[in-house]
Design a protein around this ligand. Structure first.
Ligand code: GTP
Ligand code: MG
Ligand code: ZN
Ligand code: ZN
Ligand code: ZN
Length: 497
């Protein structure tokens, strides 16, 4: 027995909807299985021939609706070369892409296409099928590649790309003035007319001879195509996988980053709260120390009230409430909010004459008569309040320290995320230089931006905001770079025979 090496060639057909991918599959079926215009073999039903003659499964829908795309699922069609049964050619028909950008169905289809590629393990070629009669058929090629640019590795685009122009003969293909997004290795023309009219029309001799002629030309193009495919490097689909993996990692890292920016915001709020409570406890402590040391008669207990009072940290111990039931909402102690209190005039308190910055708010008040007028018992109460204030102060202080530590940790995690994202972007760029980070990540960045904008502390805000700017520059920079990337050359119309 001679050495019979089995060769498997997998070809992915890509194109806009209606370009003629499924019709090409029918033409291929006839090529491989010896059909002819009068005895058509049908793998995929057409508008005119609904009955399939072959055993393949297909996913055609809305066959009679010219406005809709037909192929719903990626479907492989395997053929054994009649001239050499060691060669198997598997053409993968795919759902066509629409002209609408950002189309959800397209996104779904692209995902399906990539998964099919991954299943294939090896790919011999990606053949872009484009309507050759369209004035800018090469720009449709560019469109297809752009839509898939975040999924196709460079080596495939550089070494395994083919262009099949349908519905045309070589001399009628109008390609003038178009620029290539990438250079296909070879270009083919065909007009698979036999599947595009009512078979009864073949009775007309002119139609018959035209169809015969188109048929021969198509088969000649297919023969050429198969030869080219046989000589193309078969590439493993690992690069596709790698792109997917890096994309997932990038997404995860961006999500982590997003969560951390959210955490910074939350932690900042908690820190503000702790600092505020710390200040309140400090002032209460000061007040009771003053009461104890100066033996101030203490007849009322400090109780919670359902409204906010504005106090002065210098005059609180005199029992002065600078503004009872103050309507101002002091957001945090570092802001100028209390300037707006109605008892402030040009930043000074009308009641105690101190500056607004000495003031703070709390929903506590000396109220409710103590049950005793006895000095000894009063002192016990005063001490108890004093100690409670010390305790509260310590609690809020250690809370604040904890939040500060958290913020430092979050800051460094955010930095780490940046480095990680930047590394992955570079890694991705190496195998997929056309990758558009803007398309992939802009939405997440916008969410982060909105979150960062709500961080109250303007100092705190700076870090995430500068970080997000840096990240935006990174992704914009990378897509800018790609325009000048050597792998990204635009080719003038070229001729192939
Ligand atoms: N004249 C001519 N018509 C063609 C040719 N190829 C396809 N058509 C017609 O173009 C239309 C779309 O063809 P399909 O093969 O379904 O196109 P497709 O790329 O599979 O479309 P989707 O499945 O929607 O992505 C049909 O009406 C075909 O009859 C061709 O080579 N010549
Ligand atoms: Mg189709
Ligand atoms: Zn007020
Ligand atoms: Zn005051
Ligand atoms: Zn004061």
């Amino acid at each position: 027995m001679g050495s019979t090496q089995k060769n498997e060639f997998t070809i992915l057909l890509l194109g806009m909807t209606g370009a003629g991918k499924s019709t090409l599959i029918n033409q291929l079926t006839n090529y491989f299985r010896g059909g002819d215009p009068q005895k058509l073999k049908i793998a995929i039903p057409t508008e005119y021939i609904k009955n399939v003659t072959e055993e393949f499964t297909h996913s055609e829908e809305d066959i009679d609706d010219p406005a809709k795309s037909k192929t719903r699922k990626c479907q492989p069609y395997s053929f054994i070369n009649p001239k050499n049964d060691n060669d198997t050619f598997t053409f993968i028909d795919t759902p066509g892409l629409s002209d609408v950008s950002g189309n959800e169905q397209d996104e779904e289809n692209i995902e399906q296409i990539i998964n099919t590629v991954l299943d294939a393990k090896h790919l011999s070629a990606i053949a872009i099928v484009a309507n050759g009669t369209e004035a800018r058929s090469t720009s449709t090629m560019k469109k297809v590649l752009t839509q898939l640019s975040n999924n196709l590795p460079d080596n495939v685009i550089n070494d395994n790309l083919l262009l099949i122009l349908t519905k045309c003969r070589k001399n009628s293909a109008s390609l003038k003035g178009d620029k290539y997004f990438a250079k296909p290795k070879e270009k083919f023309h065909m007009d698979n007319t036999a599947f595009c009219f009512d078979p009864q029309d073949l009775e007309d001799p002119e139609t018959f001879s035209d169809t015969e002629r188109d048929w021969k030309r198509s088969n000649y193009s297919i023969k050429k195509l198969l030869n080219v495919i046989k000589n193309m490097p078969s590439i493993p689909t690992t690069n596709f996988k790698e792109i997917q993996v890096i994309k997932i990692t990038l997404k995860e890292e961006i999500n982590k980053l997003s969560r951390n920016i959210d955490n910074i915001k939350e932690t900042q709020n908690k820190l503000d709260e702790s600092r505020k409570n710390k200040e309140i406890a400090f002032n209460i402590k000061k007040m009771f120390l003053h009461y104890i040391e100066n033996d101030v008669t203490y007849t009322k207990k400090l109780v919670d009230v359902g409204y906010k009072n504005t106090y002065c940290s210098h005059h609180m111990d005199e029992g002065i409430i600078c503004h009872k039931n103050c309507e101002v909402d002091q957001v945090d102690q570092n802001t100028d909010d209390l300037r707006k209190c109605q008892n402030m005039e040009s930043g000074f308190c009308k009641i105690c004459k101190c500056g607004y910055e000495r003031h703070f708010q709390m929903n506590k008040e000396l109220k409710a008569e103590l049950p005793t007028k006895d000095a000894e018992t009063q002192l016990i109460y005063k001490r108890k309040e004093f100690e409670k204030a010390i305790h509260d102060y310590q609690t809020h202080n250690s809370e604040a320290i904890g939040h500060e530590e958290d913020l430092l940790r979050l800051d460094s995690e955010v930095d780490g995320s940046y480095n990680c994202i930047s590394e992955h972007c570079q890694e991705l760029r190496k195998i997929c230089s056309r990758f558009s980070f803007v398309n992939e990540l802009q939405a997440n960045i916008d969410i982060m931006k909105r979150c960062a904008a709500t961080i109250k502390d303007s100092e705190r805000k700076k870090k995430p905001e500068s970080f997000i700017t840096k990240l935006e520059q990174l992704i914009n920079d990378q897509s800018f770079q790609s325009e000048n990337n050597s792998n990204y050359q635009e080719y003038q119309e070229f001729n192939c025979n």
